[in-house]
Design a protein around this ligand. Sequence first.
Ligand code: PRX
Length: 635
Amino acid sequence: MSNYHIKHLEEYYQVYRKSIREPENFWEEVAEEHFMWRKKWDNVLSWDFSKPEIKWFEGAELNITENCIDRHLATRGDKTAILFEPNSPDEPSEHITYNQLHKRVNKFANVLKQQGIKKGDRVCIYVPMIPELAISVLACARIGAIHSVVFAGFSSTALATRINDSDCKMVITADGSYRGAKTIDLKGIVDDALEQCPDVKTVLVAKRIHSDIKMKEGRDQWLQPLLDAAPDECKAEIMDAEDPLFILYTSGSTGKPKGMVHTTAGYMVYTAYTFKNVFQYRENDVYWCTADIGWITGHSYIVYGPLANGATTVMFEGVPSYPDFGRFWQIVEKHNVNQFYTAPTAIRALAKQGVELVEKYDLSSLKVLGSVGEPINEEAWHWYNDVVGKNKSPIVDSWWQTETGGIMITPIPFVTPTKPTYATLPFIGIQPALLDESGEELKGNQVEGRLCIKFPWPSIARTIWGNHERYKETYFSAYENKYFTGDGAMRDEVGYYRITGRVDDVIIVSGHNLGTAPIEDAINEHPAVAESAIVGFPHDIKGSALYGYITLTNPGESRDHNNLRKEINQLISDRIGPIAKLDKIQFTQGLPKTRSGKIMRRILRKIASKDTSNLGDTSTLLNPEVVQDIMDNAL
Ligand code: PRX
């Protein structure tokens, strides 16, 4: 039996049991059979969650790009590695074979070296979904530079914070990007950001929209001429198993974004292994994940996981609504997509458009339908299953996080019977636990609690860049000897998990994690604002939307509230990005607070959700009178 590819339920249980009883033997076998190592490990795993310190495959040497590219060249050189589908359906798609990818990554790696980038340096990648994004990621990995991809929808302030937090020396960007019918001036955003980033010495600019942009002498360079002049071969840097591969920022409930650090070997093994099984990928399949490489889903399941398996991975530049809401299905038909991986927010938006745009296209190539990023509601699940999957393509509701690196709880298609809204069973090697508020583990089934993981898996993030203490505090301090996910979950009568959502102040809007604190900080910068509190409320497409309660410094002053709302949203857009804008803004006399001065968000959440029949215990409130006022004026 090969442990690498699970094909039926009995096998799942068998492999799962082995992965729990003998995790080291299990992962060693997977690592040995399926990857290319320059040197094997001395020790499979050492860990201590109290420090926390986790090391997988210690002593091993490798380069992840040799695993994702070079080792496929002999057998898959002419196979399409990356299938680029542009924003506009009128522009031709581009098939980049493994041979071509090899050449392009090597050339790019040589450019990085020529520009003085060395192993361990941080490079910020702020590039839209064009091939250069995947190629620059791989080029960094080729030479051992640590990539920090920042989603090209973030504002200049958000970009600057991320560049400075990890001391990036270089920024890779594009002149601009296409987003449906719009273009975005990416280079202008980078220029603004770099006013606050004195350590960035070089900016490489890919040409995409051919806009007339300013290039700063001595700092900015067009990418293409450098690539044209660079040699085709670049020796892969030999990396230690635990050398950092990348940093990726995720929002915390408080404070600045956390730069999650992923290391090389464990991340590679786990993303490759999950990709193969969770999507049941077969040699000639065409796989498409609609995420952006700016998020972890794109890192693990557009770039590294698929390429480590020699797969064909689609990269789509555009949006689901352009030129119309049939675009996803048109792409599925055009490229005979076999596995399709998207987010519930997209499914809900598409479902709203009715079935005609789905039925217009031949979707018979589809075999597996994935969902990720937030809980999928029952209605969306059924629509996806029935209308898109025609009841024959299993829905893979995969739960995981930036911090986990790879998929953690998920059905395996054609193996695990699915159940609407349930992420079902832990993946191989994953040991979840549900805990009550006092930290007791809830044993048995039909229980609900806080979701923790009891044992390390190969792709767990190893630290927060520059702040190991915060890593410990955020993930390993709530419950002794366990990784705390920040999510709540229930386990049903057969042991299936259903993720119920965040139990902290992170709100997931359209699948994007947003911490309340940075948004409140942005709002509070407005001179008219005294204080603010953000909560989520149910939204039929976004899943959750943001509701802001804001008190003004001078409530008596007559002001145009609609103008003020616009100014506040503009401020949020400038500081964080348009994704963090508030759907509703209520100006209030005060915010409900406990005697210790903490805002009672529970009450605000209930009011925003129009669920005010029982507000729970309000006896500890310092100012109960504001609650009635807020309720009376709720939006
Ligand atoms: O709350 C969970 C939710 O998304 C959070 C992680 O967000 P992020 O780090 O941005 O990574 C998203 C892509 C992996 C989780 O803590 N989440 C993710 N997938 C699911 C989910 N909630 C319910 N069901 C899911 N399938």
